[in-house]
Write a protein that binds this ligand. Structure first.
Ligand SMILES: [Zn+2]
Ligand SMILES: [Zn+2]
Length: 368
C-alpha cells in the first residue's frame, strides 16, 4: 500500500508544481535523507523518508502518473499502477546525471541491495529493472551491559538465517531439471484482479512473481532455494548506544531471490548494580553516616572509570544530589559525555553505646 501523505507535501512543494521543480526537490531530499549518510540510530527513519520521497518522485516526475494524481489523488494512481509499476517508469539515474564520480545509481544500487524490502517486496537491481524478491530482513536482539554501552564493544552474535542452498545454488531446482513457465500468469509474474471497477495488478501467487515454476524441486531445500543455518558474526557496539537502539547490519539477513536482506539488531541494555541510566547521565546512590554529613568528609564514589574522591561538605542534607561532570555516558558520535549524579543518603545509627548516648545528650543540650 502506498503512503497516503500528499506527494507534493512530502517533497516540500506546492500542489501542482512542475516536473522540473519535482526533480530539483527530489535530488536535494534524496541526498539529504540517504540512509547511508545518517548515523546508525537514524537509519530506519531515513529509510522510511527515502522511500517516501522516492515514491513521490516516481509519481510526480512521470507526466501520466502526475496527471492522474493531480486529478484523482492517490486513488487515481493506486488504481492504475501497482507499487512496482509506480517505480518502474521513473528515471532515477537521469536526475543525478550519469558518469563521473559517485553517480546516483551507485547510491541507489547500494540501498536497494541492502534493503530488499524497502519497497515492500520488490527491489530494484542495478540495471534498473525490478527483481521480484531481494533479501529478507531479520530482527534480532542483543543484550549489552552498561559498561559495553559506555565504552563500546565487540560482541559475538549467533543466530539463524537463511543461506543459499548449497545443493541447487539457490535455484530450488533439482539437478538435471529446469524451470517451466508459470501457467497462471503465463510468465508475466503478475495477475490482474478486479475490485469493483478498479482492476489491480498483483504478484502472481503461483510463481510468487518469478514467472517460472519449478517442476522437480531440489531435495535439500524443497525448492525454496535456501536453507536455514546457524550463523555467527562479530558486532561492533558503538559507544553511547541506548536501550532500544537499533543497529542495522546490511547483508546479514536472510537470503532470498539471489540477495541477502539486512539484520536489524535491537539493543537491550541490562540493568546495572550501581548505576541507573538517565539519558546521557548516570545516577547512583551513596550513603554517608549522619556525623560525616554534619561535620563534612571526603568519600570515594564509583564511576565507570573507577572510584573517584568526592567532597561531602559539612551540613549536607539527606538526598542532596552532587554532580560529577563528564562522568556519565558518552553521547553517540559526539565525543561529549553526560554527568554522574550522586544522590547522598544519610545513615542514622540504630544502636549507640551508653557513652555515645551521653555525648549526644550533651550536644542536644547545647543546641537548645
Ligand atoms: Zn536446494
Ligand atoms: Zn505466475
Amino acid at each position: 500500500m502506498s503512503t497516503q501523505k500528499d506527494y507534493y507535501e512530502i517533497l516540500g512543494l506546492q500542489k501542482g508544481a512542475s516536473i522540473e521543480d519535482v526533480k530539483k526537490a527530489y535530488r536535494k531530499l534524496a541526498m539529504k535523507h540517504h540512509p547511508d549518510r545518517v548515523s546508525e540510530d537514524k537509519k530506519k527513519e531515513a529509510e522510511e523518508r527515502f522511500k517516501e520521497i522516492s515514491e513521490s518522485y516516481a509519481v510526480l516526475s512521470d507526466s501520466k502518473k502526475k496527471q492522474l494524481y493531480d486529478q484523482y489523488g492517490h486513488a487515481g494512481v493506486d488504481s492504475r499502477y501497482s507499487q512496482e509499476d509506480i517505480f518502474r517508469g521513473a528515471n532515477f539515474s537521469d536526475i543525478f546525471g550519469g558518469g563521473g564520480g559517485a553517480g546516483f545509481e551507485d547510491i541507489f544500487g547500494s540501498i536497494f541491495s541492502d534493503f530488499g524490502d524497502i519497497f515492500g517486496g520488490g527491489s530494484r537491481d542495478r540495471r534498473g529493472g525490478f527483481q521480484q524478491s531481494g533479501g529478507e530482513d531479520i530482527q534480532a536482539r542483543i543484550k549489552i551491559s552498561l559498561e559495553e554501552a559506555a565504552f563500546g564493544a565487540e560482541k559475538e552474535l549467533s543466530y539463524y538465517r537463511f543461506d543459499s542452498c548449497p545443493t541447487c545454488s539457490g535455484s530450488g531446482v533439482k539437478s538435471g531439471s529446469s524451470k517451466v513457465t508459470c501457467s497462471l500468469c503465463k510468465g508475466k509474474g503478475a495477475v490482474r484482479s478486479g475490485m469493483g471497477f478498479i482492476s489491480v495488478s498483483q504478484t502472481c501467487p503461483n510463481c510468487r512473481g518469478r514467472g517460472k515454476v519449478i517442476k522437480d524441486r531440489c531435495r535439500q531445500c524443497s525448492g525454496e532455494g535456501r536453507v536455514k543455518k546457524q550463523h555467527r558474526i562479530k558486532v561492533k557496539i558503538p559507544k553511547g548506544v541506548k536501550d532500544g537502539s537499533i543497529l542495522r547490519l546490511s547483508k546479514e539477513g536472510n537470503f532470498l531471490g539471489k540477495m541477502r536482506g539486512g539484520l536489524y539488531l535491537h539493543i537491550i541494555l541490562l540493568p546495572h548494580s550501581q548505576f541507573r541510566r538517565e539519558g546521557k547521565n548516570l545516577r547512583c546512590q551513596i550513603e554517608v553516616d549522619a556525623l560525616s554529613a554534619i561535620l563534612g568528609t571526603e568519600i570515594k564514589v564509583p564511576t565507570l572509570d573507577g572510584k573517584v574522591k568526592m567532597k561531602i561538605p559539612a551540613g549536607t542534607q539527606p538526598d542532596t544530589v552532587f554532580r560529577l561532570k563528564n562522568k556519565g555516558m558518552p553521547e553517540l558520535n559526539s565525543g561529549r559525555f553526560g554527568d554522574e549524579l550522586v544522590e547522598v543518603g544519610i545513615k542514622i545509627p540504630k544502636n549507640i553505646s551508653k557513652k555515645e548516648k551521653k555525648l549526644f545528650e550533651e550536644i542536644a543540650k547545647t543546641r537548645k
